[in-house]
Design a protein around this ligand. Sequence first.
Ligand SMILES: Cc1cc2nc3c(=O)[nH]c(=O)nc-3n(C[C@H](O)[C@H](O)[C@H](O)COP(=O)(O)O)c2cc1C
Ligand code: SF4
Ligand code: SF4
Length: 425
Amino acid sequence: MANLEVEFCGVRFKNPMIVASIEPTNSPAQIKSCIDAGAAGTVVKTLGDVKQMTVLTDNSRYAILNDRGDVIKGKVPRNFTFYSRSGYSTTYYKDWVPYLKDLHAYAEERGAHVIGSVGSKDIKGWIDIARTIEDCGIRMVELNFGCPHPALIPGVTGGSLIGQDPQLAAEITRQVVEALDIPVIVKLTPDQSRPLQLAKSCMEAGASAVTATNRHTGFAIDIDTAEPRIGGTAGIGGPWVKPLTLRWVHEIYSKLGIPITGSNGIFDARDAVEFLMAGARLMQIGSVLMIKGIKWLPKVIEGLSQFMDSHGYPDVESMIGVASRKAAGSYQDLFQRPRHHATIEADSCQNPSCDICIQMCFYEAMSQGEGQVKLHLKNCIGCELCYNVCPFDAVRIVPTSEEQLRAGYFKPPEEGFIHDFHHAD
Ligand SMILES: Cc1cc2nc3c(=O)[nH]c(=O)nc-3n(C[C@H](O)[C@H](O)[C@H](O)COP(=O)(O)O)c2cc1C
Ligand code: SF4
Ligand code: SF4
């Protein structure tokens, strides 16, 4: 059986699945349930000193939407949108002290770890809360620079407002790191274009790891009533967001090499595998546990183990970053790769009853012939769209030989497909 253990910032986790800072980690009893369900760790709901963020949690609102934007009632399918609003822990951070001590002992006895999460209004607060968590024996702490909600409350700072400001984020990180002995993780916001830069600044300021990422901010509408869902802007996420998150996991893994915990878009074991292959060492699972219950977690862990066995991965380490390392470093690298073009297997092709590839080739490389697809290979740029859409696996993408290149393959029309961009206004 595959070895699920993984090392993260000098601490061994029995498997790579931890529960994110979220409602299922908002009380000691719930945290214990996560640990009992097999979580290798739990990030406590953010502990803060910002009154409005407590008020927000007491005014939480949720809607689960389908891919049409309608509210899902009943069983939630894989493709859901979780649209919601919630703040930091409703218990003041100092009141968590006895619970954190107890939870730390409870977790460690079961081979798991509790991770702290901080959200404050000023540097003194970030340090005080982080120190309070450390003093309870907790082995690492996450700085929540990703929460989308402080930015939506006038006069409140924190969360993504810091996560969008590399200098401020680095300064808070530096001061917290200096004040603590345990590893500091920075949780990023995807509500910006520079998570990589922010991760780099915080890494240089001493952060041991990053969490990529917290959730986006969205706006969802009930078109029948013309009302905004749950009153207006809110946090938004769901399994569909996974590729957007993986982009940052991949970039941070490839360009910075700092340890990553992946969050935002995990539904089941397949998603966890993608996060690992992009470069995450730990995965934080959140909203799906609110939707499916904590009983969902063992299924994810078991599914991961089964995937590793069936695909021959002996341990988690052998999966981390495997796909990222194969990815082109830049588009320029892709341009250097050998040319390819499409061919059609006449035996499998269902034309003329099917003409999907002809409709989808935007390069005038396919047309309807007499009862079969006609290829105009000089125009084929090897874009792979026909290959990816053919329902009968009748298209093959093959290397373009030197002779074929000399014979004029990959020669798009000289006038351009629409018009030559050099002559565009
Ligand atoms: C209702 C709700 C409350 C959350 N509260 C917190 C929080 O207190 N601190 C934090 O760092 N992230 C918080 N998050 C973000 C989650 O920790 C997690 O990063 C995010 O939901 C993406 O993961 P997921 O796709 O598995 O849900 C919250 C998310 C939701 C949906
Ligand atoms: S999509 Fe496939 S089956 Fe359909 S016409 Fe093209 S090659 Fe033939
Ligand atoms: S690979 Fe792209 S350009 Fe070539 S035939 Fe297929 S769709 Fe057209």
